[in-house]
Unconditional design. Structure first.
Length: 225
C-alpha cells in the first residue's frame, strides 16, 4: 500500500467533543469514510487495548500504569477504552488503519498478540512504532507468517533513523513534519514512503498536501473547513 497523499485522523478524533481512541470516535470516522490513526498497548492479562498514554492520568485522572492492569481494571476507571479486536469489528475493513504499537512493554508479547488478532482481519492497515526493536520483531514475524504488511519506524532521532535504515530497513518512516527542516531527515523522506505527523494547522496542511507524503491530521474538522 502506497502512503502517498493518504490522510489519517489522529486517534480517530474527527470532531470536537469526541473522546480520542474511542469506539464513538472511530464510528464517526467510518461513517464519514475517514482513515484512522490509533495506538495500542498490551495489558497484564494479555488483552490489547486502544489507548495512547502509558498511564491513566490524562484521560481518566488516575496515576496508574496501564501495563500493570487487566482490562477489567481499566474499564472500572475508564469505561470508554476499547479492546483492539472490538475496534476491528467496528471498522470492518471500511477504512484504512494506521496502527502504532507503544513500547512500555518490550517483551515481544504485544507484537505477537497484535499479529494474532490481525490474522483474521481483511482490511487495509499499516503498523508502526517508535521503538526499533518492535519494528524489527514485527518484520521478522511477518516474514515468518508470510503476511503482506507494511511496517514503519516513527523517528525523531537522526542516529536511530540511520541505524534502523541500515540494520532494520523499515518499509516506511513516520516523521514529525518539523523534521523536514533537517536535511538528514529530508534526504531519507525522498527515498522512503513517508508519513508526517501531527498536522495541526491549515497552513501546514496546505504546505504538505499533495507533496507525496501521508499525513496524520489533528483537529480534522477545523483543518478541512
Amino acid at each position: 500500500m502506497n502512503l502517498k497523499n493518504i490522510i489519517f485522523v489522529h486517534r480517530g478524533k474527527l470532531k470536537n467533543g469526541l473522546e480520542e481512541n474511542s469506539l464513538e470516535a472511530f464510528n464517526e470516522c467510518v461513517k464519514n469514510n475517514k482513515n484512522i490513526e490509533l495506538d495500542l498497548h498490551i495489558l497484564k492479562d494479555g488483552n490489547v487495548i486502544v489507548f495512547h498514554d502509558k498511564d491513566l492520568s490524562r484521560i481518566c485522572g488516575k496515576n496508574i500504569d496501564i501495563k500493570n492492569l487487566s482490562y477489567d481494571d481499566i474499564i472500572k476507571h475508564c469505561s470508554t477504552v476499547p479492546l483492539f479486536m472490538d475496534v476491528l469489528k467496528l471498522v470492518n475493513s471500511r477504512v484504512i488503519l494506521d496502527i502504532e504499537l507503544k513500547y512500555d512493554v518490550l517483551n515481544g508479547k504485544l507484537e505477537n498478540k497484535v499479529l494474532e488478532i490481525l490474522d483474521n482481519y481483511n482490511g487495509k492497515y499499516i503498523l508502526k512504532s517508535f521503538h526499533p526493536l518492535i519494528v524489527w520483531r514485527l518484520k521478522r514475524l511477518i516474514r515468518k507468517k508470510k503476511m503482506n504488511i507494511k511496517v514503519g519506524l516513527l523517528v525523531e532521532n537522526p542516529f536511530i533513523l540511520l541505524f534502523s535504515m541500515i540494520f532494520i530497513n523499515p518499509d516506511f518512516i513516520s516523521l514529525n513534519y518539523k523534521s523536514l527542516n533537517n536535511c538528514f531527515f529530508r534526504f531519507f523522506s525522498k527515498r522512503k514512503d513517508t508519513l508526517l505527523y501531527t498536522i495541526k494547522s491549515k497552513d501546514i496542511f496546505l504546505k504538505y498536501i499533495n507533496k507525496g507524503y501521508g499525513l496524520v491530521l489533528e483537529d480534522y474538522e477545523n483543518l478541512i473547513k
